[in-house]
Design a protein around this ligand. Structure first.
Ligand SMILES: [Zn+2]
Ligand SMILES: [Zn+2]
Length: 82
């Protein structure tokens, strides 16, 4: 399971066009710095560069480890409220 990089739409590179929009005349400008050219969404957790596997309820793309951590901390918050 993997998520597509939201910066380059999974292309792994940033494309430029002369007119933008649906202009078919596009060229590869540079490697996507958000995913380092892999086309995979990278975990949005601070100082984490794993490949994200899913979104949490806040809409952040997280890797397996961070998602687990997030789930645990959310669970803790709910416990505190009770
Ligand atoms: Zn990318
Ligand atoms: Zn992570």
């Amino acid at each position: 399971m993997r998520l597509t990089c939201s910066t380059c739409n999974g292309e792994g590179a940033i494309f430029k066009s002369r007119y933008g929009g649906n202009d078919p005349d596009v060229w590869r400008d540079r490697e996507c710095e958000a995913c380092n050219g892999s086309g995979n969404q990278v975990c949005e957790a601070r100082s984490c560069s794993e490949t994200a596997v899913a979104f949490n309820d806040d809409g952040e793309a997280l890797c397996e480890d961070c998602l687990l951590e997030w789930t645990i901390s959310e669970f803790d918050l709910e416990e505190d409220d009770a």
